[in-house]
Design a protein around this ligand. Structure first.
Ligand SMILES: CSC[C@H]1O[C@@H](n2cnc3c(O)ncnc32)[C@H](O)[C@@H]1O
Ligand SMILES: [Zn+2]
Length: 431
């Protein structure tokens, strides 16, 4: 057994207390062996965490990681116009190589900001999976299905692709990659395809992930056409199971919150995307009070415009208070819980907590910074004051992905150069 010790840090425990301790990791198993004093002597390798906070690696519960190529490409529009006028035409030009370049850029950003796991919906998933395997993070990946505007054959092909990808890649990259069946949303995938393919996804044993209740404009047609709220419609189509998770959940009423809580279906709150596209304010406090598992996600870099989960945490706290008209709503502890355990639980991963037996997925944040001084409360700092640049080490599955701010699994300069080239060529093709 080879071991790694994270030494002399302050460790964020599952009960959200902080203790001075070392973390001893079994590298081959990718698991935490022990958290306690003076473990450096038992380790083959050490990672210094003096003056640092050791936290579970952040879990990004909803992303389109390759959309980094479209960062800044189209801003300041609402969802529907943004997708139809700008994003979908550009995505129509993306090659598998572009998606690989965009995914690597996004993964670089995730590792540099302390994220060790993410859920991703996109196309050209083999390229995303390959990049994830190289980068060393954990991911739940899926091919996003859109059937509107397609003939029956093309629509069925898209759904079949999602199922095949989910079957083929589940458990790949030494178990770091898991998958899901991913209909894009309840309005962009026809009910007949849900009826045909959801039972197959259940047979394949993979969860289902989709955008839901993101904008008021997306809710209205479902109510008009089916006489049901979107999540009632989703339940009727077998899309609300404990392993499933929905992105956004902004416009949910009391009955839908009850349905989510009863079903155990997770919600990934994406506050930055919801603010930028002016989609609305999710009732996070009410969902958490009702017992819904709530996690956090960035959504894609084209609607955010970065992939920092620490930014997302701060946004969730701020927006949650505004939505509830209550400064005590969505407090720091709730936000840190959503950033780590909440997202992990929602997307069906064991990570998100630092304790013996848990996956060795963690981030180490440098506390020696003016904006993290003084240190009354480190949970408060994580929720409100820490930033991506404070992350000094990132570890996933027992492997050091970034040491002292140097990413070890990806060549940063090469990744940036390939992404720049791909983005410029893409913009040229779309014009
Ligand atoms: C078919 S792959 C996924 C698909 O989703 C698009 N997308 C990005 N952000 C959002 C969002 O906030 N709501 C709905 N759809 C979104 C992305 O551009 C891909 O086309
Ligand atoms: Zn999305």
């Amino acid at each position: 057994m080879t071991t790694l010790a994270i030494t002399d840090g302050r460790v964020l425990r599952p009960d959200l207390t902080v203790a001075a301790a070392d973390v001893l990791i079994d590298r081959a198993a990718g698991e935490i062996l022990e958290i306690g004093p003076d473990l450096a002597g038992e380790a083959d390798e050490t990672l210094d965490a003096a003056d640092s906070l050791v936290t579970p690696g952040f879990v990004n519960g909803h992303c389109h990681v390759a959309m980094t190529l479209l960062r800044g490409y189209a801003d300041d529009k609402p969802l529907e116009a943004w997708l139809r006028e700008d994003i979908w035409p550009a995505e129509g030009e993306l090659t598998p190589e572009d998606v690989r370049a965009g995914a690597e850029l996004g993964l670089l950003e995730l590792i540099k900001s302390g994220t060790t796991a993410f859920a991703d919906m996109y196309f050209h998933v083999p390229e995303v999976a390959d990049a994830v395997e190289t980068a060393g993070v954990r991911a739940r990946l899926g091919h996003g299905i859109v059937t509107v505007g397609k003939d029956g054959e093309a629509a069925r092909e898209d759904a079949k692709t999602s199922l095949e990808i989910a079957r083929e890649y589940d458990g790949s990259a030494d178990g770091r990659i898991s998958t899901a069946f991913m209909p894009h949303s309840l309005t962009t995938v026809g009910g007949e395809y849900l009826a045909e393919f959801v039972p197959e996804a259940r047979d394949a044993g993979v969860p289902i992930h989709y955008h839901a209740n993101e904008t008021a404009d997306e809710v209205a047609p479902i109510v008009d056409e089916h006489g049901q709220r979107p999540l009632e419609y989703a339940a009727e189509h077998g899309l609300l199971e404990p392993e499933d998770f929905v992105a956004h959940g902004v416009h949910v009423d009391d009955r839908e919150i009850e349905l989510l809580a009863e079903a155990g279906t997770g919600v990934i709150h994406c506050p930055a995307s919801n603010m930028k596209l002016a989609s609305g304010m999710a009732p996070v406090e009410r969902m958490r009070e009702a017992g819904v598992t709530v996690g956090l996600g960035t959504d894609g870099a084209a609607s955010n415009n970065d992939l920092s989960m620490l930014d997302e945490a701060r946004d969730a706290a701020m927006l949650g208070k505004l939505a509830a008209d209550d400064a005590s709503a969505v407090p720091a502890e709730a936000v840190v819980d959503m950033l780590t355990r909440g997202s992990a639980d929602a997307i069906g991963l064991e990570s998100g907590r630092l304790e013996a037996g848990a996956p060795a997925d963690l981030a180490v944040l440098d506390l020696e910074a003016p904006h993290l001084t003084p240190r009354h409360d480190l949970v408060s700092h994580l929720a409100y004051a820490a930033a991506a640049a404070d992350v000094r080490h990132t570890v996933c599955d027992g492997n050091v992905l970034m040491r002292d701010r140097e990413v070890l699994t990806l060549d940063e300069a090469g990744v940036r150069e390939r992404a720049l080239e791909a983005a410029d060529a893409l913009a040229g093709r779309v014009e």
